[in-house]
Design a protein around this ligand. Structure first.
Ligand code: GLU
Length: 514
């Protein structure tokens, strides 16, 4: 590969389900690498396995990519110089390349039924041998092949795998050797199925390993960054690159992600759709930041020069991730998906992002929450008020989805005194604080600003000779009926004088009732 060629990388999902976190990580690594080097990210849909791929899955998957805010320069939707970017629309291209291999004798028709291959495979595995194709159809005379095909017999096409070892210089794993004899002649197209298109006369659907090489080469990929689970495919792909005389890209096989139980990530131990995390109230910024650090870390010397705006070494905003990212930071050892770390990171992002951003991301959670008083209460408030409320609540909450419940405190002006709150006031002999607060608010000028309320708190403290918790807890109880909750100096300006008063009066009444 020419080291000066502009970087071209790709994310090539098969649309067989939602976009999973492992997929997001692969997408991200490619995205960061492209952005870092001013390159191009290609999004290619690998849908030749028509039994598993659906347009609905493709729609969801592309939708998820957009929702995460990751944009590819070339894609099925956007098009580009190498369109189409959906493999099912590229079948004639594959057909031509299959024919080329057939014509040069590098591939041949194979009539072996799939069941027979499966049986032979089983038998080899039982004997502890690597199952490789036994060559039944490798040397059939051409007239026999033609006769069988004209008689309507269906055949897959096998690539004649050279019997030699292959070396790969992987950007993550270093030198990887694929030993001779471990890869037998492999299918590049399946036997034509009645319900499927033929990509050439008598040529069935091409398989992943074949389409991937043709596309990566024709689309000019300079780097192939993908999961280590594809390493065994790479042996076959190297053979195809060689057979066509295509230039090799740089391969970078990233370490797998393990679940919290150190097993391969699965639905049970933490692998879920990216969409699930967003729906649970995680911020995409936190999710992307977290996933980048799964199997990647800045190199030591980079770490020293990094000055993250967040003040924390692992909390990097997207521009900082782009600046810091490089293939050399990809680790060989598997990474463990640590949900607690994601939660922690999300809580940091809840505080770090602009209040307006948090408010707009939180809005759908308020709209669909199961709290009628909150939904009702929000109808009468301005956007500015909503942003200020979210800004106040977000500092104490780790997820967007926590905010509607936390906001309940703003929507009930006759709060019920909790048992804990009553106890705190009674045991602390704090009834005078409540009374003093009522008097002070009664005579306060409108609007009650944060500064005005701070002055009131201070004055009550001096007057009654109380400070710290002994002052703030009864004040919160007086205004909310609760011991825990947001900072009152910020909440009161949002409530306003008359709502604050009606709350204090309601609480006072309950305090006096036995
Ligand atoms: N379609 C393959 C997958 O979804 C892509 C593998 C590759 O990146 O080459 O796993």
């Amino acid at each position: 590969m020419n080291p000066n060629a502009p970087v071209r990388v790709r994310y090539a999902p098969s649309p067989t389900g939602y976009l999973h976190v492992g997929g997001v990580r692969t997408l991200l690594f490619n995205y960061l690498y492209a952005r870092k080097h001013g390159g191009t990210l290609i999004l290619r849909i690998e849908d030749t396995d028509q039994a598993r791929s659906t347009p609905e899955h493709e729609r969801m998957l592309l939708g998820d990519v957009v929702e995460l805010g990751i944009e590819a320069e070339e894609s099925p939707g956007k098009g580009g110089p190498h369109a189409p970017y959906r493999q099912s629309e590229r079948l004639p291209i594959y057909g031509r390349y299959v024919q080329q291999l057939l014509d040069s004798g590098k591939a041949y028709h194979c009539f072996c039924p799939a069941e027979m291959i499966a049986e032979k495979r089983e038998a080899a595995l039982k004997l502890g041998r690597t199952p490789v194709y036994d060559g039944t159809c490798a040397h059939l005379p051409q007239e026999l092949v033609s006769r069988r095909l004209s008689a309507g017999e269906k055949a897959g096409i096998r690539f004649r795998a050279p019997n030699r070892s292959y070396l790969l210089e992987d950007a993550v794993r270093g030198q990887v050797e694929f030993k001779a004899g471990t890869v037998g002649d492999f299918l590049i197209t399946r036997s034509p199925q009645p319900h499927e298109k033929e990509i050439g006369t008598g040529i069935g659907m091409p398989v992943y390993n074949f389409c991937c090489v043709i596309d990566d080469a024709l689309m000019g990929m300079t780097h192939v960054i993908r999961g280590e689970d594809h390493l065994s495919n790479t042996a076959r792909q190297l053979m195809l690159y060689e057979a066509f005389g295509f230039k090799l890209p740089v391969f970078a096989h990233t370490a797998m992600v393990l679940g919290s139980d150190r097993q391969k990530l699965s639905k049970r131990n933490g692998d879920s759709a990216a969409r699930d995390y967003l729906e649970q109230g995680y911020l995409k910024e936190a999710l992307l930041n977290f996933l980048t650090f799964l199997g990647w870390n800045p190199k030591l010397e980079q770490k020293e020069s990094l000055k993250p705006r967040s003040g924390h070494a692992e909390i990097l905003f997207m521009d900082e991730l782009i600046a810091a990212f490089d293939l050399t930071g990809l680790q060989k050892a598997p990474a463990v998906f640590d949900l607690d770390k994601l939660k922690w990171m999300n809580a940091q992002y809840m505080k770090l992002l602009p209040a307006e951003t948090i408010a707009s991301r939180a809005r759908p959670f308020f709209e669909k929450c199961d709290l009628p008083e909150v939904r009702e209460g929000l109808k009468g408030v301005s956007e500015e008020w909503f942003v200020r409320m979210v800004d106040l609540l977000r500092v104490d909450h780790g997820l967007l989805s926590d905010l509607p419940l936390a906001s309940k405190v703003f929507f009930n002006d006759e709060p019920e005194l909790s048992v804990e709150a009553r106890l705190a006031v009674v045991e602390g002999n704090s009834v005078p604080v409540v009374t003093a607060l009522k008097n002070a608010i009664e005579s306060a000028a409108e609007p009650v600003t944060q500064e005005a309320f701070e002055a009131i708190q201070k004055q009550i403290g001096t007057q009654l000779n109380v400070k710290g918790k002994a002052l703030f807890i009864p004040i919160r109880v007086a205004l909310t009926g609760q011991v825990h909750g947001p900072e009152m100096k910020k909440a009161v300006p949002l409530l306003g004088k008359s709502r604050a008063l009606s709350r204090i009066r309601a609480v006072e009444k309950q305090l006096h009732a036995v």
